[in-house]
Design a protein around this ligand. Structure first.
Ligand SMILES: NC(=O)C1=CN([C@@H]2O[C@H](COP(=O)(O)OP(=O)(O)OC[C@H]3O[C@@H](n4cnc5c(N)ncnc54)[C@H](OP(=O)(O)O)[C@@H]3O)[C@@H](O)[C@H]2O)C=CC1
Ligand SMILES: CC(C)(CO)C(=O)C(=O)O
Length: 342
């Protein structure tokens, strides 16, 4: 499957840009496809620049917008924001070969929708926790390494998954093909809810999650998402300091220890704030709240579960998106008080 045939990276921003640059540097024939004409023009002209504490290099790369790419491909790695998934999949479908696969490298449970659109046998799942920021056209900050795992929708590590694992190990040797990807995808969704909550404040992820005053809110929020995961038949797994068991235990000290470990992970990163913060404060655009975190109540309701703390988070982020609530530390105190009453 990976026999020197061109690979598309569809959405070559922060995450897709890093993967594209590393794979191209390793000699894979990678083509970037991105909706931003300015980004595509810069990559074509100067290559893609990866900067930061992990690496600093510029990689030449062919790049196209979705309407100018031609041909059919066996591997398309998709890394657009969750709310752009459906449009991107409709655009990429004519370029996916009959035996080709779309590997999602995104937060959220987008693979469920991708499988509906391309067929489950042509959809592979990804869990990403490395950190990167789109700085300007052609330039990505790679903040720190983090977990990256891939899997089939159903159990089993297939030869095609192993081939992709070997390829992605050129990005980082710790990339793993796993047979329980949903345990990580749901783990990241619970952790993602925590990241969204840090973005109601203008402080860093580390400062927010390590503050004892706010620990009850983070703990209740993450615990609630984990309960939905379990009701949906998934036992989430941890990574990079995040220990789901600690949040499910109901023991405040155990949860605090995991919050401190998460804070420690980010203290070593050049990306101190989440992608959510970046959407709100820097790029001034809507976040993935509805398509990523909104899935949690949508899945919970038919299972007879309420999600009051997640609903509260969605309200706060909408208020910030709508300009009705400034991003500030006080929001975390207010959220903590409201979450305890919810
Ligand atoms: N950044 C991070 O550190 C992490 C991000 N993730 C997840 O990875 C996914 C990608 O996020 P991230 O890389 O940060 O996002 P970015 O916005 O940096 O990159 C996405 C790129 O896709 C482009 N795009 C939008 N629509 C299309 C389309 N239809 N076809 C092709 N390209 C398109 C965007 O252009 P435009 O900006 O013009 O819309 C942008 O350049 C998200 O689900 C995110 O939650 C997961 C872990 C960490
Ligand atoms: C913070 C990070 C990079 C996870 O490490 C993330 O997932 C995001 O910014 O959305």
């Amino acid at each position: 499957m990976t026999d020197n045939k061109p690979i598309l990276i569809w959405g070559a921003g922060a995450i897709g840009g890093v993967i594209a640059a590393y794979l191209a540097r390793a000699g894979f024939p990678v083509i970037a496809v991105d909706a931003s004409e300015a980004h595509v023009d810069a990559i074509r002209r100067d290559g893609i620049r990866i900067s930061g504490p992990v690496d600093d290099f510029t990689q030449a790369l062919p790049a196209f917008t979705p309407d100018t790419i031609t041909g059919q491909y066996d591997i398309i790695m998709l890394s657009v924001k969750a709310q752009h998934t459906e449009t991107a999949v409709q655009q990429l479908l004519p370029h996916l070969s009959p035996e080709g696969v779309v590997l999602s490298l995104q937060n959220g449970l987008n693979e469920l929708r991708i499988a509906d659109l391309v067929g489950k046998h042509r959809s592979l799942c990804g869990f990403v926790n490395f950190a990167a920021d789109y700085i300007e056209p052609g330039h990505i900050l790679y903040g720190n390494a983090g977990a990256l795992m891939i899997g089939e929708h159903d159990k089993g590590v297939t030869p095609r998954l192993q081939a992709l694992e070997s390829m992605l190990q050129h990005y980082h040797p710790d990339v793993r093909a796993v047979d329980d990807i949903w345990a990580y995808k749901w783990g990241k969704l619970a952790y993602g809810s925590l990241l969204f909550l840090t973005a109601v404040s203008d402080e860093t992820i580390a400062d927010s999650v390590s503050c004892p005053d706010f620990a009850p809110a983070f703990t209740r929020l993450v615990g609630e998402v984990l309960s939905v995961a379990r009701a949906a038949g998934v036992a989430p797994l941890g990574f990079d300091g995040f220990d789901p068991e600690a949040f499910a235990s109901g023991d405040a000290d155990t949860a605090r220890a995991s919050l401190d470990a998460i804070a420690d992970h980010y203290r070593h990163s050049a990306k101190q704030r989440s992608g959510v913060y970046r959407d709100l404060a820097v790029r001034k655009r809507k976040t993935e709240i509805d398509s990523q975190i909104g899935e949690i109540p949508r899945i919970a309701r038919p299972l007879g579960l309420q999600t009051p703390v997640t609903d509260l988070l969605i309200r706060y982020i909408h208020e910030i998106e709508d300009g009705a609530r400034p991003m500030r530390r006080e929001n975390l105190a207010e959220f903590t008080a409201e979450a305890q009453r919810a």
